[in-house]
Write a protein that binds this ligand. Structure first.
Ligand code: NDP
Length: 488
């Protein structure tokens, strides 16, 4: 049987071996999930909430163990693994606690043509949700789907990245310690082929997090069966710094936003547009802080390795392309690329058509550019096919600038904090994806609306019958004129 062999990207040490699921194995997992999903949905909101809160408590008690698995498999610093796990714990907790409020049956207002009936709305689980995840945040990203899909009453089949199977398996194994009956949450391992098989396996909804290129393939595969999708794809997020910003706070946040997880963050800050009056001071503060960051494999460094060789090649290409086109590296540069690491690199005078200015780099690089006004900052920040997150530092105009960013999320005087805000929807526009995870919208993403109308009395306006008379239709006209005919 084929295996996925997971290795530490910095040391090459083997982390684990996992059997590859072929198309038949994926379909079998989905069939098992369908029966398990019926059982799970039948438990109701209260019992599911209890199970999910038990799982949350178990993950929390063992969060340092999970951070160790994350470190072993991705090379990311232990502290980053803890932060990632903490955000995911918040997701399990929030989804468990709010599913009933958002999804349970409720009455809604009746309207005139059927005033004799009551109107009822509920959100029912799809059945089986497939979740395909990336390697950069293999706990936080899939749990933004898994926790909410489970809370909504679905069973889940998760395909982790071939680079992070041990993390995916850890999540399913700990869930099984809490829910030991039917396989409500399963993991299937393999490469993109296994992911493609999951798209075609008959799942009732597919949630994908990964690159924009793969998102298109997933959507195309799901189109065959009209399987609904939620797609969380790449980004090219910008930070905008206004003249009245707290520059120390802005520089500290910019460095973390750009270099956390060695820049392998979909909502990482890849570009900074800085008001001309404070540009030099801001840039020197950012460079000083970034130059002090440590890089290494031991789990205590600030930056770990680039997780895959293919990604390292992309980062290297972006740095070289920018420098070849006349950009200057004020930190790092060509010599910053020392496989499997890339040291923090800050680029200025980057031409607008350079890869580093336009395409997702997904590495520890930052492009900093001077702007004459907030209007120019917004024009440049929004000049991208992506639209995931973004950040604004400033006082007077900061919130209105954040509103005008063409993105699904934004922070003011902070970076990336939407990642810990489980109560808010997560997702992007354009090449960054379709649909929303987390928050009320994220729960509804994994449930379909079901409308029920219950007749309570004879028709007030008899019209939906061939037994109606001319007098009935005249009454409809009179009632509508009275109700809707007046000028507002
Ligand atoms: P990829 O698109 O390469 O892979 C994502 C997942 O899809 C992996 O599990 C991969 O399997 C699988 N896959 C590959 N080919 C197919 C296919 N044809 N059909 C179905 N599944 C397939 O992304 P990366 O893993 O490289 O992740 C990095 C990307 O993820 C970045 O672009 C980043 O911006 C984005 N991302 C977006 C987030 C968001 O919330 N918007 C959050 C985090 C990351 P395998 O790895 O085994 O090949």
């Amino acid at each position: 049987m084929d295996e996925v062999v997971s290795r530490n990207p910095a040391t090459g040490a083997e982390v684990g071996r996992f059997p590859v699921a072929d198309a038949a194995a994926v379909t079998a997992a989905v069939d098992r999930a369908r029966a398990a999903g019926r059982w799970w949905a039948g438990l109701g909101f209260g019992a599911r909430r209890r199970h999910l809160l038990h799982w949350r408590a178990l993950v929390t008690r063992r969060m340092t163990e999970l951070a160790e698995v994350l470190h072993a498999e991705t090379g990311k610093p232990i502290a980053e693994g803890i932060i990632e796990t903490a955000a995911a714990i918040g997701d399990i907790d929030w989804a468990a606690r709010h599913a009933r409020r958002v999804l349970a049956p409720r009455r809604v207002r009746r309207v005139l043509p059927v005033a004799e009936a009551s109107a009822h709305l509920e959100y029912r689980p799809y059945g089986v949700v497939g979740v395909i995840g990336p390697w950069n945040y293999p706990v936080f990203t899939p749990l933004g789907s898994i926790a909410y899909a489970l809370a909504a009453g679905n069973a889940v089949v998760h395909k982790p990245s071939e680079h992070t199977p041990a993390v995916g398996q850890w999540l399913a194994d700990t869930f099984a310690e809490v829910v030991s009956g039917p396989p409500v949450f399963q993991v299937v391992h393999g490469t993109g082929e296994t992911g493609a098989a999951l798209c075609r396996s008959g799942v009732d909804k597919l949630s994908f997090t990964g690159s924009t290129t793969t998102a298109k393939q997933v959507m195309a595969a799901c189109a065959d069966t009209l399987t609904p999708v939620v797609l969380e794809a790449g980004g090219k997020d910008a930070m905008i710094v206004d003249t009245d910003a707290d520059l120390d706070a802005a520089a500290e946040a910019c460095v973390w936003g750009a270099f956390t997880n060695a820049g392998q963050t979909c909502v990482g800050i890849e570009r900074a547009y800085v008001a001309a009056e404070i540009y030099d001071e801001f840039l020197s503060k950012v460079v000083a802080r970034a130059a002090a960051l440590t890089v290494g494999a031991d789990g205590t460094a600030d930056l770990g390795p680039i997780i895959t060789p293919a990604q390292l090649a992309v980062v290297q290409r972006h740095i070289e392309d920018a420098l070849d086109r006349g950009a200057k590296a004020v930190l790092g540069g060509r010599e910053a690329v020392r496989p499997p690491y890339v040291h923090p690199t800050i680029l200025v005078d980057v031409p607008p058509d350079a890869l580093a200015a336009r395409e997702e780099t997904f590495g520890p690089t930052l492009v900093v550019q001077r702007v004459a006004s907030m209007a120019e900052a917004l024009r440049l920040a929004n000049d991208t096919r992506y639209g995931l997150g973004g950040a604004v530092f400033g006082k007077r105009q900061a919130i209105s600038v954040a509103r005008a960013l063409r993105s699904g999320m934004a922070t003011v005087n902070d970076v990336l904090s939407f990642a810990g805000m489980s109560s808010l929807p997560w997702g992007g526009l354009g090449a960054s994806g379709i649909g929303r995870l987390r928050g009320d919208d994220g729960l509804r993403e994994f449930a379909h609306a079901k409308s029920i109308v219950v007749r309570r009395a004879p028709s007030v306006l008899r019209s939906r019958t061939f037994e109606r008379t001319e007098r009935d239709i005249a009454r409809v006209v009179a009632a509508y004129r009275l109700r809707y005919g007046r000028r507002p």
